[in-house]
Design a protein around this ligand. Structure first.
Ligand code: CA2
Length: 146
């Protein structure tokens, strides 16, 4: 039976592909979802792919994932830089969480240099464009098979 992986996306990622292709690449979030489903299938994962603009919804989904999934890939968007609630939610669950950023947040404005969740995730992948999601799924597969 396929193992479920939640891919959780935060605010404004629904706008991907419409603006700032130089920063985030030309793919829409639904293109990224298709890529995740394709690779997920190869890795034996059932992908539950979601996006919300609301911080508390991300917290609820992380708690839900703890019972329903073997791991989480998350790009919490700008909440990565601000949210103690997300930090606490990741600490509160026992499955591995991989943080993804499409852009290299350290090469951007200083307010993006801090991630509130990096200290509590299994690992972080940033700066590789939309392919970061695939890299995160591969990392999760390695973690879960070892
Ligand atoms: O690089 C990333 O993946 C980010 O998480 C993307 C967030 C940003 O706030 C983080 O600092 C880094 C932004 C999500 C998408 O925002 C858009 C803005 C304009 C046009 C399209 C998307």
């Amino acid at each position: 039976m396929a193992r479920k992986v939640f891919v959780l996306n935060g605010p404004n990622l629904n706008a991907l592909g419409k603006r700032e292709p130089g920063m985030y690449g030309g793919k829409s979030l639904s293109d990224i979802e298709k890529d995740c489903r394709k690779l997920g299938n190869e890795l034996g994962f059932e992908i539950d792919f979601r996006q919300t603009n609301h911080e508390g919804v991300l917290v609820d989904w992380l708690h839900e994932a703890d019972d329903a999934a073997i791991g989480v890939v998350t790009n919490p968007g700008a909440y990565s830089h601000t949210s103690i609630a997300l930090h606490d939610a990741i600490r509160a669950i026992s499955i591995p969480v991989i943080e993804v950023h499409i852009s290299n947040i350290h090469a951007r404005e200083t307010f993006r240099h801090t991630s509130m969740i990096s200290s509590v995730v299994a690992g972080a992948i940033l700066g590789f464009g939309p392919n970061g999601y695939n890299l995160a799924l591969r990392a999760l597969s390695d973690i879960c098979n070892n």
